[in-house]
Design a protein around this ligand. Structure first.
Ligand code: XMP
Length: 509
């Protein structure tokens, strides 16, 4: 176990960002809901209390007992966390008279404060709160103020407990990283030894210990998470890891062969299962998006289950689950929390009665990529755009036929290869093509045509929850449009999607 900072989540939209900032300092941290504080062992070096959409003045708001932690470990309360500590000790928290939202500058910094060490006078901070700390208890001292907020930061005398009302984790707090470093390194005495290499080393050892000689099955998708999970497990248990890569007939053009080859190049014990026809049969005549997703999901589970049963004595099912999925399922839901719909083909674990192993379930997506790089995995696997489980099945509007798949694969291939050739692939977060069930009139040579419309879509995003359409160069769009119409039989019109999410979604179905 490595040194850990615990982050108690009170439901703030920024909680995950705090975790990422701490990890950027090469210090491991975990988020736990405020009402499920884990046992504090010797590895825990400090505790951060997050912000919250609640007000400490409300009834029935998060108010955990912190006695087992206070004075034992350094604490940093952020926003709600700071107000809660102040109120618990007899301070006065009241609604702010002036709006405390947005940028502010530190007008006073206590120069002896370890937390504020190296933070410059006038430094910009980000405020986002409806309440403010009006009076501090006697045994508290102010360590920073802004023009409008006297208690921007405080310390409880005689203990390493700090509170700040601004958010050090957001980008707009320009010296937030200095402050977090002061807390994590100087106050909590963490050694900053959590690196991709150390993660790989400890993961391999713990996978070996847990799995021993038992066999593990894993479904590869071609995506980053399942691929990195496979490589890590492979390093730990070698050919006792059985990988299954299913060709559902809804992958990109030539993707099955290419990806299978690169897995084999990595030395993985992988079996490619070509069951295109089975998926096409299951999908025949279905046009409704959710019905298509269900048919694809069901068929995948059947195929995977059959294949797994062919592996004698397999005991474990490995999955590429990452930390945001874990946090999502345990997180504190504030009054304004949005409901995220879960897309992934679920249900495997229930059907298979295998023990579950998730080697990446403590990592954020960018950390998974870093681990992949440290494992020397090929860049084309690590930098691949996200691709949905139901694949092209949800990019053909209406029912699916092999001919429509052929058209869409050709269009998509010209678009994606074009992005790569123009050096644009890594600039966009996800790019895709959609085949519409719409014919339009065109003219080719002297002939009138009546053929399909395709849509190109490219978006920028960080996690797929929100997205902006990408402003691809006209010159590029014009070239790709020409290529598609000239080369793909059955298409005579190309349009570019300029909708953002929300209100649109990234996929069309
Ligand atoms: P939307 O269309 O909801 O997509 O804006 C957000 C992200 O999720 C992907 N997506 C899916 N992934 N199964 C998946 O594994 C699905 O059914 C599914 N639907 C959407 C989408 O590609 C985008 O990255």
């Amino acid at each position: 176990m490595e040194e850990t900072i615990l982050i108690l989540d009170f439901g703030s939209q920024y909680t995950q960002l705090i975790a990422r900032r701490v990890r950027e300092l090469n210090v491991y941290c975990e988020i736990h809901p405020f009402n499920h504080i884990p046992e504090i062992n010797a590895h825990v070096k400090g505790v951060i209390l997050s912000g919250s959409p609640f007000s400490v003045r409300g009834d029935d708001v998060p108010n955990p007992e912190l006695n087992g932690i206070r004075k034992e470990l350094p604490i940093l309360g952020v926003c709600y966390g700071a107000q809660l500590l102040a109120q618990q000790e007899g301070g006065l928290v009241a609604p702010s008279e002036i709006r405390e939202y947005g940028r502010a500058n530190l007008a006073f910094i206590h120069r002896d404060s370890k937390l504020m060490n190296g933070v410059n006078d006038g430094s910009q901070v980000w405020m986002s709160h409806g309440d403010t700390i009006l009076e501090l208890p006697e045994h508290f001292e102010v360590i920073s103020s802004t023009h409008d907020v006297e208690v921007a930061g405080y310390k409880i005398k005689g203990e390493e407990t700090y509170g700040i009302q601004f958010h050090p984790e957001v980008y707009h707090t320009t010296e937030g990283a200095v402050l977090l470093r002061n807390y994590v390194v100087d106050i909590c005495a963490c050694t900053q030894s959590w690196t991709p290499d150390s993660f790989i080393e400890t993961s391999i050892a713990s996978l070996q210990e847990k799995l021993g000689n038992e066999k593990v099955v894993l479904g590869l998708s071609g995506g980053v998470d399942s691929s990195v999970a496979a490589e890590l497990l492979h390093r730990a248990i070698g050919d006792n890891l059985y990988c299954i890569f299913v060709d559902n007939g809804l992958l990109r053009k030539n993707e099955f062969g290419k990806v299978l080859d690169s897995y084999k190049g990595l030395g993985l014990n992988v079996k490619g299962v070509d069951v295109k026809e089975r998926f096409y049969e299951a999908l025949a005549g279905i046009s409704e998006p959710e019905d298509k997703r269900k048919a694809i999901g069901r068929t995948f589970i059947e195929v995977f289950d059959e294949e797994a049963h062919k592996i004698k004595d397999v005991k474990w099912l490995a999955q590429g689950t990452i930390y945001p999925d874990v946090i999502e399922s345990i997180s504190v839901k504030g009054p304004s929390a949005t409901i995220k719909s879960h897309h992934n083909v679920g249900g495997l674990p229930d059907v298979m009665k295998l023990k579950i192993i998730e080697p990446l379930n403590s990592l954020f997506k960018d950390e998974v990529r870093k681990i992949g790089r440290a494992l020397a995995m090929p860049a084309d696997i690590l930098n691949r755009h996200p691709f949905p489980g139901p694949g092209l099945g949800i990019r053909i509007i209406g029912d699916i036929t092999p001919e429509k798949i052929r058209i869409l694969q050709d269009v998509d291939d010209l678009f994606i290869e074009g992005l790569k050739n123009y050096g644009l692939y890594d600039e966009v977060w996800q790019a895709l093509a959609v085949l519409l069930p719409v014919q339009t009139v065109g003219v080719m040579g002297d002939e009138r045509t009546y053929e399909n419309v395709v849509v190109l879509r490219a978006v920028g995003s960080t996690d797929g929850m929100t997205a902006d359409w990408s402003h691809l160069p006209y010159e590029f769009l014009s070239k790709v449009s020409n290529d598609i119409i000239n080369r793909v039989k059955g298409v005579n019109r190309v349009v570019y999607d300029i909708s953002s999410k929300p209100p649109s979604t990234i996929e069309w179905e």
